[in-house]
Design a protein around this ligand. Structure first.
Ligand SMILES: NC(=O)c1ccc[n+]([C@@H]2O[C@H](COP(=O)([O-])OP(=O)(O)OC[C@H]3O[C@@H](n4cnc5c(N)ncnc54)[C@H](O)[C@@H]3O)[C@@H](O)[C@H]2O)c1
Ligand SMILES: O=C(O)[C@H]1O[C@H](OP(=O)(O)OP(=O)(O)OC[C@H]2O[C@@H](n3ccc(=O)[nH]c3=O)[C@H](O)[C@@H]2O)[C@H](O)[C@@H](O)[C@@H]1O
Length: 391
């Protein structure tokens, strides 16, 4: 049955069933919302948690019409050890695998869990897709590029300004990781190996696959605020760390001077790219796609300064006297941390295959995200910090 929707080549798109593993996480929650709101597709949502998609599962909740809840089914299971996984993959036309440990604070402190989660646990998913002739969209990471070639040049080398030495290209750039005792690279290395395995399944066994390399997607529902909806000692990714500091009126911690550079893309822009991949298999299969916003580059220090300005605007609270503080990576993350110096995605392939371009500026995406953070957490943080200490 056609849905009235057409793909980029004008062909009708038939409704499909999508097995989405890790659907209860940050990216999964936005992808579920988009699929339910704009397409006729059905979702088999697999995760160990569902807090971030609860509003979609309740028949009348979160503004959802009952037809939304009819098209999403939540399966609480851990893909490490659940025999129901193969059945769900068989029932679906397409599997999207998002499940992973993906917070840098874990890579050097829980390297075994990180490697198991990103490589070993993903193996059965690839195998079931390959054996049952099912299409797979697998989430990898921009971290597979590791460090740029440019960072090994002398500090004053003019070649450091040459894009050939830092722009990251799917089909040309090498993957450059630090030594083994820098366990930070356990995640990137596990993701690289699963990419190679998927690629080989495509080459040798005809698996239909697409690999996504997200470049710092950020927005509402990313990670958790420590002590409010996550462990008080937990260290989430930078957006949630800095949001937590702003909510608590603490200085934002700059790791090793905040000199590393990142490009941030708004989650809603990035999800548009994933929907194009889902609905245009002929253009997306056998490709690896960078998905990021090369125009939104900042150092982490600049990000901290911009988030402080934006938060002042959306909360109406004046900034604290010393808005940032320097910490060493050893103090913040522990032994074995290392960092990617710079991440600029080359957009040629995604542009050519899917015509996708990011739209939202860093200021605008921070404004909508920090408005959400303030609305969602400010009261809870105030309550938590005003509680008298137990005697
Ligand atoms: N957010 C980003 O910018 C970004 C960047 C690069 C790569 N990625 C990749 O995208 C994917 C999703 O990222 P996210 O930001 O949504 O992370 P997330 O942590 O919010 O979501 C991951 C989800 O997977 C689930 N999960 C993990 N292990 C599982 C298991 N064994 N069984 C069932 N469910 C399990 C978790 O409960 C969580 O809900 C990950 O593979 C990550 O490596 C994300
Ligand atoms: O998002 C991505 O594209 C990928 O990169 C992230 O890695 P990274 O960008 O290093 O992680 P963040 O926690 O977002 O940190 C960004 C930078 O901010 C710094 N930072 C972080 C937190 C903080 O409080 N202060 C601070 O200076 C980190 O040292 C790092 O240089 C994670 O590995 C994954 O989510 C993902 O695969």
């Amino acid at each position: 049955m056609a849905s009235g929707r057409v793909d980029l080549d004008g062909n009708p798109i038939n409704p499909m069933t999508i097995c989405m593993i890790g659907a209860g996480g940050f990216i999964g929650s936005h992808l579920c919302e988009k699929l339910l709101a704009e397409t006729p597709h059905t979702i088999l949502a697999v995760d160990v948690y569902n807090d971030k998609i609860k509003h979609l599962l309740e028949p009348s909740g979160g503004g959802a019409t009952s037809s939304w809840a009819d098209r999403i089914q939540f399966h609480r299971l851990n893909i490490k050890n659940d025999s129901r996984l193969e059945g769900l993959i068989k029932m679906a036309d397409l599997t999207v695998n998002l499940a992973a440990i993906c917070t840098p604070a874990d890579y050097n402190t829980r390297p075994l869990d990180t490697i198991y989660s990103n490589f070993i646990d993903a193996l059965p998913v690839v195998k079931y897709c390959s054996e049952n002739g099912k299409r797979l969209i697998h989430f990898s990471t921009c971290e597979v590029y590791g460090k740029t070639i440019g960072c090994f040049l002398p500090k004053d080398s003019p070649l450091r300004q040459d894009p050939e030495y830092f722009v990251l290209k799917e089909d040309a750039s090498p993957c450059i990781f630090g030594p083994i005792d820098k366990q930070r690279w356990s995640y990137a290395c596990a993701k690289q190996l699963i990419e190679r395995l998927i690629y080989a399944e495509g080459a040798e066994n005809g698996l239909e696959f697409t690999i996504v390399r997200p470049f710092n997607w950020i927005g509402p529902r990313m990670d958790f605020i420590p002590g409010i909806d996550g462990p008080s000692e937990g260290v989430p990714r930078v957006l949630a760390c800095f949001s937590n500091n702003l909510l608590r009126r603490e200085p934002l911690k700059l790791v090793d001077g905040g000199e590393s550079q990142r490009t941030f893309v708004y989650i809603k822009d990035a999800i548009e790219a994933v929907l194009l991949m889902i609905e245009n298999p002929a253009r997306a299969n056998s490709h690896i796609f960078n998905v990021g916003n090369p125009n939104n580059e900042v150092t982490v220090r600049q990000l901290a300064e911009m988030m402080t300005q934006v938060y002042t605007k959306v909360s109406g609270e004046s900034p604290i006297e010393s808005p940032t503080i320097d910490v060493s990576s050893k103090e913040f993350y522990g032994e074995g941390y290392d960092d990617s110096d710079k991440r600029i995605p080359d957009m040629t392939i995604i542009n050519r295959q899917l015509g996708w371009n990011p739209k939202t500026s860093l200021w605008d995406l921070l404004e909508s995200t920090l408005t959400y953070q303030h609305r969602t957490y400010a009261e809870a943080v105030k309550k938590a910090t005003s509680k008298p200490l137990a005697s």
